[in-house]
Design a protein around this ligand. Structure first.
Ligand SMILES: Cc1cc2nc3c(=O)[nH]c(=O)nc-3n(C[C@H](O)[C@H](O)[C@H](O)COP(=O)(O)OP(=O)(O)OC[C@H]3O[C@@H](n4cnc5c(N)ncnc54)[C@H](O)[C@@H]3O)c2cc1C
Length: 404
Protein backbone atom coordinates (compact mmCIF):
# COMPACT_ATOMS: atom_id res chain seq x y z
CA UNK A 1 0.00 0.00 0.00
CA UNK A 2 1.29 3.47 -0.87
CA UNK A 3 4.62 2.42 -2.37
CA UNK A 4 4.35 5.90 -3.95
CA UNK A 5 3.18 8.77 -1.74
CA UNK A 6 -0.53 9.18 -2.52
CA UNK A 7 -1.86 12.51 -3.76
CA UNK A 8 -3.27 14.62 -0.95
CA UNK A 9 -6.34 15.97 -2.69
CA UNK A 10 -10.08 15.60 -2.34
CA UNK A 11 -10.27 14.09 -5.85
CA UNK A 12 -7.58 11.51 -5.06
CA UNK A 13 -9.43 10.53 -1.86
CA UNK A 14 -12.66 10.10 -3.81
CA UNK A 15 -10.87 8.01 -6.44
CA UNK A 16 -9.39 5.76 -3.72
CA UNK A 17 -12.84 5.33 -2.16
CA UNK A 18 -14.62 4.68 -5.46
CA UNK A 19 -12.09 2.04 -6.49
CA UNK A 20 -12.73 0.23 -3.21
CA UNK A 21 -16.52 0.47 -2.99
CA UNK A 22 -17.26 -2.73 -4.99
CA UNK A 23 -15.36 -4.58 -2.20
CA UNK A 24 -17.06 -2.83 0.73
CA UNK A 25 -19.62 -5.62 1.25
CA UNK A 26 -18.98 -9.33 1.77
CA UNK A 27 -15.44 -9.10 0.42
CA UNK A 28 -14.42 -6.66 3.14
CA UNK A 29 -16.19 -8.61 5.89
CA UNK A 30 -14.36 -11.76 4.86
CA UNK A 31 -10.86 -10.46 4.10
CA UNK A 32 -10.37 -7.28 6.11
CA UNK A 33 -8.19 -8.96 8.75
CA UNK A 34 -5.74 -10.40 6.23
CA UNK A 35 -2.53 -8.51 5.62
CA UNK A 36 -0.93 -9.77 2.42
CA UNK A 37 1.84 -7.15 2.64
CA UNK A 38 2.43 -3.77 1.03
CA UNK A 39 2.38 -5.24 -2.48
CA UNK A 40 -0.37 -7.76 -1.77
CA UNK A 41 -4.04 -7.65 -2.70
CA UNK A 42 -5.32 -6.31 0.62
CA UNK A 43 -9.09 -5.92 0.77
CA UNK A 44 -9.20 -2.81 2.92
CA UNK A 45 -9.98 0.64 1.59
CA UNK A 46 -6.78 2.52 2.58
CA UNK A 47 -8.71 5.78 2.70
CA UNK A 48 -7.40 6.65 6.17
CA UNK A 49 -4.91 9.38 5.10
CA UNK A 50 -7.79 11.30 3.46
CA UNK A 51 -10.29 10.64 6.27
CA UNK A 52 -7.76 11.73 8.88
CA UNK A 53 -7.38 15.14 7.23
CA UNK A 54 -11.01 15.32 6.22
CA UNK A 55 -10.10 15.47 2.59
CA UNK A 56 -12.84 12.88 2.62
CA UNK A 57 -15.69 12.83 5.15
CA UNK A 58 -16.80 9.79 7.14
CA UNK A 59 -20.35 10.24 5.84
CA UNK A 60 -19.12 10.16 2.23
CA UNK A 61 -17.54 6.73 2.81
CA UNK A 62 -20.57 5.48 4.75
CA UNK A 63 -23.09 6.69 2.14
CA UNK A 64 -21.10 5.25 -0.77
CA UNK A 65 -20.85 1.83 0.91
CA UNK A 66 -24.56 1.79 1.78
CA UNK A 67 -25.59 2.92 -1.72
CA UNK A 68 -23.64 0.03 -3.21
CA UNK A 69 -24.41 -2.78 -0.74
CA UNK A 70 -27.17 -1.64 1.60
CA UNK A 71 -26.49 -1.17 5.31
CA UNK A 72 -26.80 -4.88 6.04
CA UNK A 73 -24.37 -5.74 3.24
CA UNK A 74 -21.84 -3.06 4.16
CA UNK A 75 -22.34 -3.15 7.92
CA UNK A 76 -18.83 -4.29 8.81
CA UNK A 77 -17.26 -1.55 6.71
CA UNK A 78 -19.62 1.13 8.01
CA UNK A 79 -18.85 0.00 11.56
CA UNK A 80 -15.13 0.32 10.97
CA UNK A 81 -15.52 3.85 9.63
CA UNK A 82 -17.56 4.57 12.74
CA UNK A 83 -14.68 3.34 14.92
CA UNK A 84 -12.97 6.51 13.82
CA UNK A 85 -15.98 8.64 14.79
CA UNK A 86 -16.19 6.80 18.11
CA UNK A 87 -12.52 7.37 18.98
CA UNK A 88 -12.75 11.03 17.96
CA UNK A 89 -15.77 11.53 20.22
CA UNK A 90 -14.14 9.52 23.00
CA UNK A 91 -11.11 11.81 23.06
CA UNK A 92 -13.16 14.99 22.78
CA UNK A 93 -14.95 13.93 25.92
CA UNK A 94 -11.76 12.88 27.71
CA UNK A 95 -9.02 15.23 26.40
CA UNK A 96 -6.95 14.28 29.44
CA UNK A 97 -5.88 11.13 27.56
CA UNK A 98 -4.11 13.30 24.98
CA UNK A 99 -2.39 15.45 27.60
CA UNK A 100 -1.43 12.38 29.66
CA UNK A 101 -0.02 10.77 26.52
CA UNK A 102 2.15 13.82 25.82
CA UNK A 103 3.35 13.76 29.45
CA UNK A 104 4.05 10.00 29.15
CA UNK A 105 6.19 10.70 26.03
CA UNK A 106 8.22 13.32 27.92
CA UNK A 107 8.64 11.02 30.90
CA UNK A 108 9.70 8.09 28.71
CA UNK A 109 12.19 10.27 26.82
CA UNK A 110 13.73 11.34 30.15
CA UNK A 111 13.96 7.69 31.17
CA UNK A 112 15.65 6.81 27.87
CA UNK A 113 18.17 9.60 28.38
CA UNK A 114 19.15 8.07 31.73
CA UNK A 115 19.02 4.35 30.92
CA UNK A 116 21.58 3.14 28.37
CA UNK A 117 20.06 -0.32 27.97
CA UNK A 118 16.61 1.08 27.34
CA UNK A 119 18.08 3.56 24.83
CA UNK A 120 19.83 0.73 22.96
CA UNK A 121 16.67 -1.42 22.91
CA UNK A 122 14.66 1.54 21.64
CA UNK A 123 17.21 2.29 18.90
CA UNK A 124 17.11 -1.34 17.77
CA UNK A 125 13.33 -1.35 17.61
CA UNK A 126 13.15 1.95 15.71
CA UNK A 127 15.76 0.73 13.24
CA UNK A 128 13.92 -2.56 12.70
CA UNK A 129 16.83 -4.59 14.05
CA UNK A 130 15.19 -6.77 16.68
CA UNK A 131 15.18 -10.58 16.64
CA UNK A 132 11.61 -10.57 15.33
CA UNK A 133 11.48 -10.53 11.51
CA UNK A 134 7.83 -9.60 11.33
CA UNK A 135 8.30 -6.60 13.62
CA UNK A 136 11.38 -5.45 11.67
CA UNK A 137 9.42 -5.73 8.43
CA UNK A 138 6.61 -3.53 9.79
CA UNK A 139 9.10 -0.92 11.00
CA UNK A 140 10.45 -0.61 7.46
CA UNK A 141 7.01 -0.77 5.90
CA UNK A 142 5.84 2.06 8.12
CA UNK A 143 8.91 4.18 7.46
CA UNK A 144 8.78 3.55 3.69
CA UNK A 145 5.06 3.84 3.03
CA UNK A 146 3.45 5.76 5.92
CA UNK A 147 0.86 3.01 6.29
CA UNK A 148 0.30 -0.29 8.10
CA UNK A 149 -2.65 -2.64 7.92
CA UNK A 150 -4.83 -2.53 11.06
CA UNK A 151 -3.87 -6.04 12.10
CA UNK A 152 -0.15 -5.25 11.69
CA UNK A 153 -0.66 -2.16 13.90
CA UNK A 154 -2.18 -4.37 16.59
CA UNK A 155 0.61 -6.96 16.43
CA UNK A 156 3.28 -4.26 16.28
CA UNK A 157 1.94 -2.42 19.33
CA UNK A 158 1.51 -5.63 21.31
CA UNK A 159 5.08 -6.80 20.57
CA UNK A 160 6.41 -3.32 21.39
CA UNK A 161 4.75 -3.27 24.80
CA UNK A 162 4.80 -6.89 25.95
CA UNK A 163 7.80 -8.49 24.21
CA UNK A 164 10.24 -5.63 23.70
CA UNK A 165 8.97 -4.04 26.92
CA UNK A 166 9.31 -0.51 25.58
CA UNK A 167 7.20 2.43 26.83
CA UNK A 168 3.88 2.38 24.99
CA UNK A 169 3.86 6.17 24.53
CA UNK A 170 7.08 6.06 22.48
CA UNK A 171 5.54 3.44 20.21
CA UNK A 172 2.50 5.65 19.74
CA UNK A 173 4.82 8.58 19.03
CA UNK A 174 6.71 6.54 16.40
CA UNK A 175 3.37 5.81 14.70
CA UNK A 176 2.26 9.43 14.87
CA UNK A 177 5.50 10.61 13.28
CA UNK A 178 5.31 8.13 10.39
CA UNK A 179 1.67 7.31 9.64
CA UNK A 180 0.06 9.36 6.87
CA UNK A 181 -3.16 8.88 8.83
CA UNK A 182 -1.51 9.57 12.22
CA UNK A 183 -4.42 10.72 14.34
CA UNK A 184 -4.38 11.81 17.99
CA UNK A 185 -7.58 9.95 18.85
CA UNK A 186 -7.34 6.71 16.84
CA UNK A 187 -3.64 6.31 17.54
CA UNK A 188 -3.45 7.22 21.24
CA UNK A 189 -6.58 5.33 22.18
CA UNK A 190 -5.69 2.23 20.11
CA UNK A 191 -2.27 2.07 21.75
CA UNK A 192 -3.92 2.43 25.15
CA UNK A 193 -6.32 -0.36 24.19
CA UNK A 194 -3.49 -2.71 23.15
CA UNK A 195 -1.54 -1.93 26.33
CA UNK A 196 -4.56 -2.81 28.47
CA UNK A 197 -5.12 0.77 29.64
CA UNK A 198 -8.49 1.13 27.91
CA UNK A 199 -10.46 -1.96 28.91
CA UNK A 200 -9.27 -3.05 32.37
CA UNK A 201 -7.99 -6.65 32.38
CA UNK A 202 -7.97 -6.90 28.59
CA UNK A 203 -4.67 -6.11 26.92
CA UNK A 204 -4.32 -7.22 23.30
CA UNK A 205 -1.89 -10.14 23.12
CA UNK A 206 -0.40 -10.85 19.69
CA UNK A 207 0.02 -14.58 19.01
CA UNK A 208 2.26 -16.25 16.43
CA UNK A 209 -0.52 -18.49 15.12
CA UNK A 210 -2.69 -15.45 14.45
CA UNK A 211 0.17 -13.58 12.76
CA UNK A 212 0.96 -16.63 10.64
CA UNK A 213 -2.65 -17.09 9.57
CA UNK A 214 -3.46 -13.48 8.78
CA UNK A 215 -0.17 -12.68 7.03
CA UNK A 216 -0.84 -15.68 4.79
CA UNK A 217 2.20 -17.49 6.18
CA UNK A 218 4.60 -14.60 5.54
CA UNK A 219 5.63 -14.53 9.21
CA UNK A 220 5.70 -16.91 12.13
CA UNK A 221 7.64 -15.46 15.05
CA UNK A 222 7.03 -18.58 17.17
CA UNK A 223 8.30 -18.43 20.74
CA UNK A 224 9.97 -15.03 20.22
CA UNK A 225 6.70 -13.34 21.17
CA UNK A 226 5.78 -13.08 24.82
CA UNK A 227 2.21 -14.19 25.45
CA UNK A 228 2.48 -14.45 29.25
CA UNK A 229 1.11 -11.00 29.84
CA UNK A 230 -0.43 -9.67 33.01
CA UNK A 231 -2.89 -6.86 32.57
CA UNK A 232 -1.94 -3.53 34.14
CA UNK A 233 -3.84 -2.79 37.32
CA UNK A 234 -5.29 0.31 38.95
CA UNK A 235 -6.39 1.99 35.75
CA UNK A 236 -8.12 5.26 36.44
CA UNK A 237 -11.07 6.25 34.33
CA UNK A 238 -11.34 10.00 33.90
CA UNK A 239 -14.79 11.56 34.18
CA UNK A 240 -16.61 11.90 30.86
CA UNK A 241 -16.96 15.54 29.83
CA UNK A 242 -19.76 16.98 27.71
CA UNK A 243 -19.74 16.47 23.96
CA UNK A 244 -18.91 19.70 22.10
CA UNK A 245 -22.03 21.58 21.09
CA UNK A 246 -22.87 22.95 17.69
CA UNK A 247 -21.97 26.65 17.83
CA UNK A 248 -23.62 29.60 16.20
CA UNK A 249 -21.41 31.08 13.58
CA UNK A 250 -21.96 34.00 11.29
CA UNK A 251 -20.01 35.26 8.37
CA UNK A 252 -19.65 39.05 8.41
CA UNK A 253 -17.87 41.16 5.75
CA UNK A 254 -14.81 41.11 8.05
CA UNK A 255 -14.68 37.32 8.49
CA UNK A 256 -11.81 35.36 6.99
CA UNK A 257 -11.48 31.61 6.58
CA UNK A 258 -8.79 29.70 8.47
CA UNK A 259 -8.01 26.25 7.10
CA UNK A 260 -6.24 23.67 9.28
CA UNK A 261 -5.01 20.17 8.52
CA UNK A 262 -7.66 18.37 10.57
CA UNK A 263 -10.46 19.48 8.22
CA UNK A 264 -9.57 20.19 4.63
CA UNK A 265 -13.10 20.41 3.22
CA UNK A 266 -14.29 23.73 4.67
CA UNK A 267 -16.46 24.48 1.62
CA UNK A 268 -18.69 21.53 2.54
CA UNK A 269 -19.35 23.27 5.87
CA UNK A 270 -19.43 26.96 4.97
CA UNK A 271 -20.32 26.84 1.28
CA UNK A 272 -18.45 28.76 -1.40
CA UNK A 273 -18.03 32.40 -0.37
CA UNK A 274 -16.17 35.55 -1.21
CA UNK A 275 -13.78 35.47 1.72
CA UNK A 276 -11.69 38.64 2.15
CA UNK A 277 -8.83 36.38 3.16
CA UNK A 278 -8.24 32.64 3.31
CA UNK A 279 -5.32 31.50 5.45
CA UNK A 280 -4.07 27.92 5.62
CA UNK A 281 -1.99 26.80 8.60
CA UNK A 282 0.15 23.72 8.99
CA UNK A 283 0.55 22.08 12.40
CA UNK A 284 2.18 18.74 11.46
CA UNK A 285 5.27 19.35 13.59
CA UNK A 286 3.06 19.70 16.66
CA UNK A 287 2.37 15.94 16.38
CA UNK A 288 5.58 15.14 18.24
CA UNK A 289 8.60 16.65 19.95
CA UNK A 290 10.64 14.32 17.70
CA UNK A 291 11.09 14.57 13.93
CA UNK A 292 7.95 13.99 11.87
CA UNK A 293 8.56 12.11 8.61
CA UNK A 294 8.81 14.31 5.49
CA UNK A 295 6.22 12.16 3.74
CA UNK A 296 3.71 12.96 6.52
CA UNK A 297 4.46 16.70 6.48
CA UNK A 298 4.31 16.80 2.67
CA UNK A 299 0.97 14.99 2.61
CA UNK A 300 -0.55 17.53 5.01
CA UNK A 301 0.99 20.43 3.11
CA UNK A 302 -0.33 19.23 -0.26
CA UNK A 303 -3.74 18.74 1.36
CA UNK A 304 -3.67 22.35 2.58
CA UNK A 305 -2.72 23.53 -0.92
CA UNK A 306 -5.61 21.54 -2.37
CA UNK A 307 -8.02 23.09 0.16
CA UNK A 308 -6.71 26.59 -0.66
CA UNK A 309 -7.28 25.96 -4.37
CA UNK A 310 -10.89 24.92 -3.66
CA UNK A 311 -11.50 27.92 -1.38
CA UNK A 312 -10.04 31.00 -3.00
CA UNK A 313 -10.23 34.35 -1.20
CA UNK A 314 -9.57 37.93 -2.24
CA UNK A 315 -6.26 37.20 -0.58
CA UNK A 316 -4.92 33.69 -0.19
CA UNK A 317 -2.18 33.10 2.34
CA UNK A 318 -0.15 30.02 3.23
CA UNK A 319 0.22 27.33 4.15
CA UNK A 320 1.86 29.06 7.10
CA UNK A 321 3.84 26.65 9.25
CA UNK A 322 2.87 27.02 12.92
CA UNK A 323 6.02 25.20 14.07
CA UNK A 324 7.57 28.50 15.17
CA UNK A 325 6.36 31.69 16.86
CA UNK A 326 6.93 33.48 13.53
CA UNK A 327 4.17 31.35 12.01
CA UNK A 328 1.73 32.44 14.72
CA UNK A 329 2.43 36.13 14.18
CA UNK A 330 2.29 35.68 10.40
CA UNK A 331 -1.33 34.53 10.73
CA UNK A 332 -2.21 37.55 12.86
CA UNK A 333 -0.47 39.88 10.40
CA UNK A 334 -2.27 38.32 7.42
CA UNK A 335 -5.61 38.80 9.18
CA UNK A 336 -4.74 42.41 10.04
CA UNK A 337 -3.57 43.17 6.49
CA UNK A 338 -6.90 41.94 5.14
CA UNK A 339 -8.83 43.96 7.75
CA UNK A 340 -10.62 40.98 9.29
CA UNK A 341 -11.56 40.75 12.95
CA UNK A 342 -12.83 37.18 12.87
CA UNK A 343 -11.40 33.95 11.50
CA UNK A 344 -13.85 31.10 10.99
CA UNK A 345 -12.58 27.55 10.99
CA UNK A 346 -13.98 24.01 11.11
CA UNK A 347 -13.96 22.64 14.68
CA UNK A 348 -10.47 21.70 15.81
CA UNK A 349 -10.43 18.42 17.72
CA UNK A 350 -8.15 17.62 20.65
CA UNK A 351 -4.61 16.86 19.55
CA UNK A 352 -1.63 18.57 17.97
CA UNK A 353 -3.72 20.95 15.86
CA UNK A 354 -5.77 21.84 18.95
CA UNK A 355 -2.52 22.57 20.80
CA UNK A 356 -1.28 24.75 17.95
CA UNK A 357 -4.60 26.61 17.84
CA UNK A 358 -4.44 27.34 21.57
CA UNK A 359 -1.06 29.01 20.99
CA UNK A 360 -2.43 30.84 17.95
CA UNK A 361 -5.47 32.12 19.85
CA UNK A 362 -3.28 33.97 22.34
CA UNK A 363 -1.51 35.79 19.52
CA UNK A 364 -4.72 36.49 17.58
CA UNK A 365 -6.56 37.82 20.61
CA UNK A 366 -3.70 40.21 21.36
CA UNK A 367 -4.17 41.47 17.79
CA UNK A 368 -7.94 41.89 18.19
CA UNK A 369 -8.88 38.89 16.05
CA UNK A 370 -11.30 36.24 17.31
CA UNK A 371 -11.25 32.67 16.07
CA UNK A 372 -14.63 30.92 15.83
CA UNK A 373 -15.22 27.27 15.07
CA UNK A 374 -18.07 25.35 13.47
CA UNK A 375 -18.86 21.77 14.45
CA UNK A 376 -19.93 19.38 11.73
CA UNK A 377 -23.41 17.78 11.93
CA UNK A 378 -21.84 14.28 11.80
CA UNK A 379 -19.76 15.00 14.90
CA UNK A 380 -22.60 16.78 16.72
CA UNK A 381 -24.84 13.79 16.00
CA UNK A 382 -22.50 10.95 16.94
CA UNK A 383 -20.02 12.18 19.54
CA UNK A 384 -22.62 12.34 22.35
CA UNK A 385 -22.73 8.50 22.23
CA UNK A 386 -18.96 8.11 22.80
CA UNK A 387 -19.53 7.49 26.46
CA UNK A 388 -18.52 3.85 26.99
CA UNK A 389 -17.57 0.94 24.70
CA UNK A 390 -17.84 0.86 20.89
CA UNK A 391 -20.80 -1.50 20.77
CA UNK A 392 -22.92 0.80 22.90
CA UNK A 393 -21.86 3.61 20.58
CA UNK A 394 -22.84 1.55 17.52
CA UNK A 395 -26.26 0.80 19.02
CA UNK A 396 -26.91 4.54 19.04
CA UNK A 397 -25.15 5.27 15.73
CA UNK A 398 -26.81 2.62 13.56
CA UNK A 399 -30.39 4.01 13.71
CA UNK A 400 -29.06 7.51 13.08
CA UNK A 401 -27.31 6.21 9.98
CA UNK A 402 -30.48 4.45 8.83
CA UNK A 403 -32.38 7.74 9.16
CA UNK A 404 -29.85 9.73 7.09
C1 LIG B 1 -2.05 0.66 17.50
C2 LIG B 1 -2.99 1.26 16.47
C3 LIG B 1 -2.78 2.56 16.03
C4 LIG B 1 -3.66 3.13 15.10
N1 LIG B 1 -3.44 4.42 14.70
C5 LIG B 1 -4.30 5.00 13.82
C6 LIG B 1 -4.10 6.34 13.40
O1 LIG B 1 -3.17 7.03 13.82
N2 LIG B 1 -4.98 6.86 12.49
C7 LIG B 1 -6.04 6.14 12.01
O2 LIG B 1 -6.79 6.66 11.18
N3 LIG B 1 -6.25 4.88 12.42
C8 LIG B 1 -5.42 4.29 13.30
N4 LIG B 1 -5.64 2.99 13.69
C9 LIG B 1 -6.88 2.31 13.24
C10 LIG B 1 -6.74 1.49 11.95
O3 LIG B 1 -5.64 0.65 12.02
C11 LIG B 1 -6.64 2.35 10.70
O4 LIG B 1 -7.65 3.31 10.67
C12 LIG B 1 -6.80 1.49 9.44
O5 LIG B 1 -5.82 0.48 9.42
C13 LIG B 1 -6.67 2.35 8.20
O6 LIG B 1 -6.64 1.56 7.05
P1 LIG B 1 -7.84 1.54 6.03
O7 LIG B 1 -8.20 2.90 5.62
O8 LIG B 1 -7.44 0.58 4.94
O9 LIG B 1 -8.99 0.90 6.90
P2 LIG B 1 -10.37 0.21 6.48
O10 LIG B 1 -10.40 -1.12 7.13
O11 LIG B 1 -10.61 0.24 5.04
O12 LIG B 1 -11.44 1.11 7.24
C14 LIG B 1 -11.99 2.31 6.67
C15 LIG B 1 -11.77 3.46 7.62
O13 LIG B 1 -12.37 3.21 8.88
C16 LIG B 1 -11.59 3.75 9.93
N5 LIG B 1 -11.13 2.65 10.78
C17 LIG B 1 -11.03 1.35 10.46
N6 LIG B 1 -10.63 0.63 11.53
C18 LIG B 1 -10.45 1.51 12.52
C19 LIG B 1 -10.04 1.42 13.89
N7 LIG B 1 -9.75 0.24 14.45
N8 LIG B 1 -9.95 2.55 14.63
C20 LIG B 1 -10.26 3.74 14.09
N9 LIG B 1 -10.66 3.90 12.82
C21 LIG B 1 -10.75 2.81 12.05
C22 LIG B 1 -10.39 4.42 9.29
O14 LIG B 1 -10.64 5.79 9.16
C23 LIG B 1 -10.30 3.73 7.94
O15 LIG B 1 -9.72 4.52 6.95
C24 LIG B 1 -4.77 2.38 14.62
C25 LIG B 1 -4.96 1.08 15.07
C26 LIG B 1 -4.07 0.52 15.97
C27 LIG B 1 -4.31 -0.90 16.43
Amino acid sequence: MFLERPAASHDAGLAQLNAFIPHAGADYARWRNHDFGPEGDNRVSAISPWLRHRLLLEETAVDAAIDAHGLDGAEKYVQEVCWRTYWKGFLERRPVHWHDYRAACDEANEQVAKDRRLAADLDKALAGETDIDAFNFWVHELRDTGYLHNHARMWFASIWVFTLELPWALGADFFLRHLLDGDPASNTLSWRWVAGLHTPGKPYIARSSNINKYTNGRFNPGYLINTQVSAPEGIERPPVGPAPLATDWQVTPTTGLLIHEDDLLPESLFGERDWPVVIAVQSTDWRSSGPVADRVRDFARDGLMDALARNPGSQTVGPIDLASADGLTAVRDAAAAAGVDQLLTPYVPTGPTGDAMAALDTVLEAGGVTRRTALRDWDALHWPASTAGFFRFWKAARPLIVER
